[in-house]
Design a binder for this molecule. Sequence first.
Ligand SMILES: [Zn+2]
Length: 155
Amino acid sequence: MECQTCGRNAVGEGLVEGARVPLCERCSGYADEFSYYAPPKTARKAAALPAKAVRVSREIADDYGKTISRARDKRGMTRKELAAKLLIHENELASFEEGRIKPSETLAKKLEFALGIKLFEEIEEAGKKGAAESAAAPKKAGGVSLADILEIKKR
Ligand SMILES: [Zn+2]
């Protein structure tokens, strides 16, 4: 693209006398409105940003054991059959189902796929923190409250 005004390499598009025309850096100052051409790569990166801004951590849900065994029962599979499908030992599957050992991320994904279940839960960092704070907020009766501490300091 060439600058409509001087023929230099245009860097963006500006509004000149009511028309959007390509303009170079120099001539962009004369435009009523000017916006730079966004390189395609930068544009894609910018579009991906909002998703990154929300911090979400993926964790295997605490009730993974029940989820696995229920889904397996539903499908009429024995532990042996499912374990064979996942290329793991039956005992390993048993320890997952009993909630003794959390499956690795790779295995959890395989289990999700094989059983059509969801083992991961997505936790928004901010939401998780807030929940933990509010859970810790109720004070035990007889505990030391802030008012007590202030009372102590006064003395
Ligand atoms: Zn120009």
